[in-house]
Design a protein around this ligand. Structure first.
Ligand SMILES: [Fe+2]
Length: 144
């Protein structure tokens, strides 16, 4: 499996749980909403951490590009985390309107971010790193 396939699958998994949480909020099912929100938040954080701790450094070492695409991705991760903090508060307060507004913003940001990774960064990473096996292994072994 390529890094692109492996990471794209992770994106799909996160997206699914994220939209489930959103649907439960829309239906005022807060117990289910909290459960899915927390699952999404945990999976997203793990995914971002795997990239920052394993994938991006390997890309940067292999290409010598530290101010390029990975620095943009790290900035976008910070934006996503800031939105997640606000979403967590909206979920705690059971504020449906605030949650759905923030959730829309995060969804658009994630779509654009994931597209850049899947169409540019991951394919580039597959090209420069060659064998994806050890990289995927290192990401799976990483404690986030
Ligand atoms: Fe990312």
């Amino acid at each position: 499996m390529s890094i692109n396939e492996y990471m794209s699958n992770k994106h799909r998994e996160c997206d699914d749980v994220f939209s489930q949480a959103e649907n439960f909020v829309a239906e005022d099912k807060w117990d289910e909403a909290h459960k899915h929100w927390q699952q999404f938040h945990g999976e997203l954080e793990e995914h971002l951490t795997m990239e920052e701790a394993v994938l991006f450094p390997k890309f940067e070492q292999a290409t010598g590009m530290t101010e390029g695409p990975t620095s943009v991705m790290r900035m976008e991760h910070a934006q996503m985390r800031a939105l997640c903090d606000k979403l967590a508060n909206a979920a705690l307060a059971k504020n449906k309107e605030a949650y759905l507004g923030l959730s829309e913003t995060l969804m658009i940001l994630m779509q654009q971010h994931n597209m850049k990774e899947e169409q540019m960064l991951y394919p580039m990473t597959d090209r420069v790193l060659g064998d994806s096996g050890p990289v995927i292994q290192a990401m799976e072994n990483h404690d986030s």
